[in-house]
Write a protein that binds this ligand. Structure first.
Ligand code: ACO
Length: 335
C-alpha cells in the first residue's frame, strides 16, 4: 500500500514582533539577530487567542486543497509540544472541522521534529490498513514558554500552524519513500522546558499531610537552551539523517528538487545544504518572517512554497526536523 501528500494549509497569528521591537526590551539589535539567525520578525499568539483554532484553520485549508470532506478523515495527528490541554488537544481538531464520524485524534510530542514524526506515523497507519485520510498538523506556540528577558532565546521563536493531508494510494503512486528517525535523551540538558515544582497551596498541603504524602503541584519552566551545542548537534546529525533517508529512497542530495529543513537558523540551513551539495536555490527558507515555529515550521514553509507555485506536483523533497529531546529525523516525500 502507498500513501501520498494531497493537500496542505497553514495559519498564522496577527501580532508581529520585529527585531527592532525586541531591541527595546533586551540588549540586542536587528543586525545581530539577522546576521546570526536570518530571522527579522516573528508572529505570536496574544491574549486568549487559541493555538488549537490556528491548527484547525490550517487543517481546514489542507482539506480544501485536497477536496476531501472532513467526514472522510480517519485520523488526526496533532504534532505539538504546547497543547492547550495537558491530556492532548488533537480531539478538538475534528470537533472544530465538524467531522461527524469521530475520527481517532491524538497529540505527538517531539518538539521541532514533531511534524516529521507525524508524517512517518501517518504513513505507518495507512500502510498498516484501516486508515485512508490522515491529517498531520504541526502547531506550536513556543512564545508562551519564552523568557522575554533572555536575549539568547527570545529572539528565536514564533507561533504558527501548518498541516498536510496524507492519503492512501496504490503502491505505484507512493509518495513517501525514505526515512531516518532518532533521539538522544542525553542531549536534553542542552534544550528543554522542564517540569518544575510550584509552591504548594496551603489547603492542599494540609490535605496531603493528612494523607501522609508530600503533595506536589507542577508547571513548566521557560525554554532553556545552550545555543552552541544545539547548533553543533543540528549540523552534525541532520545531514546524516537526510543522507540515510535519501539512500533508502535511492536518491542523492543533488537529485532532489527541494531541501526542506526545520526553520531554526539560516546558518544551519546553509551548513546542511553545503554538506549535502544542494544549491541554495533549492533550499526552502521562510524563517526571516516567522522565526522558529517549532513543529509548524516545515508544513508552514511547504504550504508557502506550494501556494506560490515553486513546489510543484511530482517534485521530490528531502525534509528534516531537529530539536528538543533531543530528537531529529528525515523523510523523503514527493509532492
Ligand atoms: N543579541 C546580542 N548578543 C547576543 C544575543 C542577542 N540576542 N544573544 C546572545 N548574545 C551574545 C552572547 O551573550 C555572547 O556574548 P559573549 O561572547 O560576550 O559571551 C555572544 O553573543 C555570542 O553568543 P553565542 O551563543 O555564541 O552566539 P551564536 O553565534 O552561537 O548564536 C544562536 C546564538 C543564534 C542561538 C545559535 O547558537 C543558534 O541558532 N543555535 C541553534 C538554536 C536552535 O536551533 N534552537 C532551536 C532548536 S528548536 C526546538 O526544539 C525548540
Amino acid at each position: 500500500k502507498g500513501c501520498k501528500l494531497v493537500g496542505c494549509g497553514s495559519a498564522i497569528p496577527n501580532f508581529r514582533i520585529t527585531n527592532d521591537d525586541l531591541a527595546k526590551v533586551v540588549e540586542t539589535s536587528d543586525e545581530w539577530i539577522s546576521v546570526r539567525t536570518g530571522i527579522r520578525e516573528r508572529l505570536v499568539l496574544t491574549g486568549q487567542e487559541s493555538l488549537t483554532a490556528l491548527a484547525a484553520e490550517a487543517a481546514k485549508k489542507a482539506l480544501q486543497m485536497a477536496e476531501v470532506d472532513p467526514d472522510d478523515v480517519d485520523l488526526v495527528l496533532l504534532c505539538t509540544s504546547t497543547p492547550e490541554d495537558l491530556f492532548g488537544s488533537a480531539p478538538q481538531i475534528p470537533k472544530a472541522l465538524g467531522c461527524k464520524r469521530y475520527p481517532l485524534a491524538f497529540d505527538i510530542t517531539a518538539a521541532c521534529s514533531g511534524f516529521i514524526l507525524g508524517l512517518h506515523s501517518a504513513a505507518c497507519y495507512i500502510r498498516g490498513g484501516g486508515f485512508k485520510n490522515v491529517l498531520v498538523i504541526g502547531a506550536d506556540a513556543l512564545s508562551r514558554y519564552v523568557d522575554w528577558t533572555d536575549r539568547s532565546t527570545c529572539i528565536l521563536f514564533g507561533d504558527a500552524a501548518g498541516a498536510v493531508l496524507v492519503q492512501a494510494c496504490d503502491s505505484e503512486e507512493d509518495g513517501l519513500f525514505g526515512f531516518d528517525l532518532h533521539s538522544d535523551g542525553d542531549g536534553q540538558r542542552h534544550l528543554n522546558a522542564s517540569m518544575r515544582e510550584n509552591k504548594v497551596d496551603q489547603a492542599l498541603g494540609s490535605n496531603g499531610s493528612v494523607l501522609g504524602f508530600p503533595p506536589k503541584q507542577v508547571s513548566y519552566s521557560c525554554i532553556q537552551m545552550n545555543g552552541n551545542e544545539v547548533f553543533r548537534f543540528a549540523v552534525r546529525c541532520v545531514p546524516q539523517a537526510i543522507e540515510s533517508a535519501l539512500k533508502m529512497a535511492g536518491l542523492t542530495g543533488s537529485s532532489i528538487d527541494w531541501l526542506l529543513l526545520h526553520q531554526a537558523n539560516q546558518r544551519i540551513l546553509d551548513a546542511v545544504a553545503t554538506r549535502l551539495e544542494v544549491p541554495s536555490e533549492r533550499v526552502i527558507s521562510n524563517l526571516a518572517k516567522y522565526g522558529n515555529t517549532s513543529a509548524a515550521s516545515i508544513p508552514l514553509a511547504l504550504d508557502e512554497y506550494v501556494r506560490s507555485g515553486k513546489v510543484q506536483s511530482g517534485h521530490t523533497i528531502a525534509a528534516a526536523g531537529f530539536g528538543a529531546g533531543l530528537t531529529w529525523g528525515s523523510v523523503v516525500v514527493r509532492w
